[in-house]
Design a protein around this ligand. Structure first.
Ligand code: SF4
Length: 137
């Protein structure tokens, strides 16, 4: 039987796609086949890019300018959901506390608060289970 891949934040697999051009590689024990994605790169934000934050209203804005980039991120997340569904993905491992990939908490105003990222919300709405790399360590 063909095993469906696990959708994974690309930065966790060593891709230098974070806003500052860094990666956050971790060992993903038990994850055999992966489908790497970076919603912020797929949204066209580039690398490096200005840091973004998700507000209490659920909107995502560039921290330095206040520009609202929610629509781009929502569109990229919908494309990723479609990609995941096509590949038969049922679970994802996404980077903790990111405004796009966070699953239980996100950073806001320099604090860690309860909340989730835009991609996480889209995947969960499509019935795809999301955990962070810290939950599978
Ligand atoms: S946390 Fe998500 S959006 Fe940020 S670099 Fe990693 S994959 Fe891209």
């Amino acid at each position: 039987m063909k095993t469906a891949p696990t959708l994974v934040s690309a930065c966790l697999l060593g891709s230098r796609c974070r806003y500052d051009g860094a990666s956050k590689p971790v060992g993903l024990t038990g994850v055999e086949k992966t489908l790497p994605v970076c919603p912020e790169v797929m949204a066209g934000f580039g690398v490096p890019r200005p840091a973004i934050e998700r507000g209490v209203d659920g909107r995502v804005r560039i921290l330095s300018t206040g520009q609202d980039v929610t629509a781009e991120l929502v569109r990229a997340s919908a494309n990723i959901v479609a990609l995941a569904q096509k590949a038969g993905v049922t679970e994802a491992v996404l980077k903790a506390r990111s405004p796009s990939c966070g699953s239980r908490q996100i950073k806001r105003g320099g604090q860690v608060v309860n909340g989730s990222g835009v991609l996480t919300d889209a995947l969960q709405q499509a019935g795809i289970a999301v955990r962070s790399e810290e939950e599978i360590a």
